[in-house]
Write a protein that binds this ligand. Structure first.
Ligand code: SF4
Ligand code: SF4
Length: 94
């Protein structure tokens, strides 16, 4: 069963929690970080992620990569996904 909430007007609403950020597409622009109200995300240096082959990056000049730091603090507002220019985010209902 999914967690559900209601808007102030009483309309049912299902939070969509951040599940992952696609590291191949992220350009480290920081838009998602700026809009997140819960300090869920953090920017790391590209060099810290050894699992990603540089050839797979959309932007090989990108120096930073957004990652999920505090997944359990996510309220499922979806703002990060809406602001991302590279469609990096995937979400899941609780
Ligand atoms: S869904 Fe909302 S709370 Fe969760 S990471 Fe995105 S912006 Fe932050
Ligand atoms: S908005 Fe998208 S491309 Fe920009 S840092 Fe966040 S995940 Fe990466």
């Amino acid at each position: 069963m999914s967690a559900t909430a209601v808007t102030r007007g009483g309309t049912p609403w299902t939070p969509q929690y951040v599940e992952a950020i696609n590291p191949k597409h992220c350009i480290g622009c920081g838009r998602c970080f700026k809009v997140c109200p819960r300090d869920v995300l953090t920017l790391v240096d590209r060099g810290e992620d050894d699992e990603i082959d540089e050839d797979d990056w959309d932007d090989e000049d990108a120096k930073a990569l957004m990652t999920v730091k505090n997944a359990m603090d996510c309220i499922g507002c979806g703002a990060c996904g809406r602001t991302c220019p590279k469609d990096c985010f995937s979400f899941v209902a609780a």
